[in-house]
Design a binder for this molecule. Structure first.
Ligand SMILES: Nc1ncnc2c1ncn2[C@@H]1O[C@H](COP(=O)(O)OP(=O)(O)O)[C@@H](O)[C@H]1O
Ligand SMILES: O=P(O)(O)O[C@H]1O[C@H](CO)[C@@H](O[C@H]2O[C@H](CO)[C@@H](O)[C@H](O)[C@H]2O)[C@H](O)[C@H]1O
Length: 453
């Protein structure tokens, strides 16, 4: 892309830019994969913070309703906050392609073309330059681990993956995840891998630099970590194995061992909080089911059957103690390089509040997530391959038991409840993001509600 024209409007004068940018962003936001509020129009759109990061590049935190824009330091309001990096240039360019957001009609930016600057190699390069050394820009703080220096001049490319955030890869050596939906507090995707690195856990790429903001509240905005360039994610490997009719149990077994290792490292890295309590967990799961059935009518006939899984949880033995976990474990979150598995993306389920994602949970929740993922993979082939999934699930649990010292297969009631809770989450996720995929978790819902296995 050609060099962007410097913005001659001073940032302070852009205090009212939502009036001019608002229309464009209202159209553009709901079309982004990472935008969570697809089920409602963007009625409210307000500016929480704006920083001119480089000439021609604005860093924005915007609030989308339904609630009003919260006042700094004031009470939280219903709605979400998103991080945007907007490129602003004098003239449109066909090279902007799908990065184009549109042309501003009025206000201080009238006539300028606005685009998603993460697609602009120059912005990507400048971003890495800022991250390599500590520094600040307005409320933004660029920080790094001085023991893990990052070389300059690495060529950037935007990752073309179905993601909840946006990622840039630099010279196949580092990957920068730019969080899109921002919540106050430290993001577990920075907190957890940093803590695991301090434990010497080699199964998780360690953050080397990160971006945070101090306004309108403290929050993590991005994390740079080593890119495992020779790795393939577990989802792609599982689909390849299915297509070739290959067995995947050796890989699943090794993956089970890896997850147990990561859970053990997490338990040492974070002091244990209050012990988990099944009755309270069952109540929370039932509440989530009720909320999901409210949004997805197809769930409703199965609610009574699913509730029995949660009711049974209240009477189960307590199981392994609650601890920090991954929180959104599936085959897309594990990468295999050579014979080793690595675990990424410790953000947790993106739709849940950060406080909940950062609290302790049963490790069975992660195990259930991975077991569901084998089922997802097996359902990508027709006729679907229940045996393939069953063998992988067995092997994963056996590998986990080898390393953890307790066997998930002996915790049937816990596993059923957590699998049910995960399938309910998936129904909601698919209904919002990929309606064509809804039959996949719905098949599990039917199985769990009717047969309970
Ligand atoms: N350290 C890494 N090395 C190699 N690939 C990675 C690494 N981190 C992420 N990826 C790739 O980027 C994709 C998206 O990363 P992820 O952290 O899951 O983002 P999101 O939370 O937006 O879904 C992953 O599926 C994986 O293919
Ligand atoms: O974007 P994230 O990786 O944080 O996770 C979200 O998106 C996932 C899909 O990309 C979704 O996972 C579901 O689909 C997977 C196949 O694409 C499957 O392997 C998982 O088992 C299934 O849950 C995940 O739930 C969601 O949080």
């Amino acid at each position: 892309m050609p060099k962007t024209a410097p913005l001659r409007t001073r940032p302070a004068r852009l205090a009212e830019p939502m009036a001019s940018l608002g229309g464009l962003l209202r159209d553009w936001l709901p079309r982004q994969r990472w935008f969570a509020g697809k089920d409602r129009p963007v009625a409210e759109l307000g500016l929480l913070s704006m920083t001119e990061l480089f000439p021609g590049c604005l860093h924005l935190l915007v609030h989308t309703g339904p609630g009003p824009v919260p006042a700094p330091g004031g009470a939280p309001s219903a709605g979400d906050c998103y991080q945007l990096l907007l490129g602003v240039r004098e003239r449109p360019s066909p090279r902007l392609g799908r990065a184009l957001i549109g042309q501003v009609q009025d206000g201080p930016l009238a006539g300028r073309t606005v685009y998603d600057a993460l697609h602009d190699p120059r912005t990507a390069q400048l971003l890495l330059e800022r991250l390599r050394l500590p520094g600040k820009a307005g409320p933004l703080r660029f920080e790094c681990d001085p023991s893990r220096p990052v070389p300059g001049g690495l060529a950037p490319r935007i990752l073309d993956a179905e993601q909840s955030n946006s990622s840039l890869v630099y010279g196949d050596e580092f990957i920068l995840k730019v969080f899109r939906r921002i919540q106050p507090g430290v993001n577990p995707d920075l907190e957890v891998p940093s803590a695991l690195a301090r434990q010497g856990c080699g199964r998780v790429p360690a953050p080397v630099a990160w971006l945070r903001t101090t306004h309108p509240y403290g929050a993590t905005l991005g994390v740079l970590q080593p890119f495992l360039h020779d790795a393939t994610d577990g989802w792609a490997l599982a689909l390849d194995a299915l297509a070739a009719g290959d067995d995947f149990t050796a890989q699943a077994h090794e993956l089970g061992r890896t997850m147990a290792e990561v859970h053990l490292a997490l338990a040492s890295a974070f002091p244990a909080g209050a012990p988990g309590e099944n009755g309270r967990t069952a109540a929370a799961m039932t509440e989530r089911l009720t909320a999901a059935a409210h949004c997805v009518p197809a769930l409703r006939p199965f609610v009574p059957g699913l509730r029995t899984a949660f009711a049974a949880l209240s009477t189960c033995d307590s199981g392994p103690p609650a601890q920090r976990i991954h929180g959104d474990l599936h085959l897309g979150q594990v990468l295999r390089a050579g014979r080793d598995w690595f675990v990424i993306d410790f953000e947790g389920e993106p739709s849940r509040p950060l406080s909940e994602r950062r609290s302790d949970h049963s490790p069975v929740r992660d195990i259930a997530g991975m077991l569901r993922s084998f089922d997802y993979a097996a359902r990508q082939r027709r006729p679907w391959r229940p045996e393939w999934a069953r063998r992988c699930r067995e092997a994963f649990c056996a590998g986990y038991a080898d390393r953890a010292g307790w066997d998930p297969r002996k915790k049937h009631g816990l596993l059923r409840a957590y699998e049910t809770d995960r399938a309910v989450y998936e129904v909601l996720y698919e209904a919002r993001h990929r309606p064509d995929w809804l039959p996949v978790p719905m098949a599990a819902i039917e199985r769990l509600a009717v047969r309970g296995d």
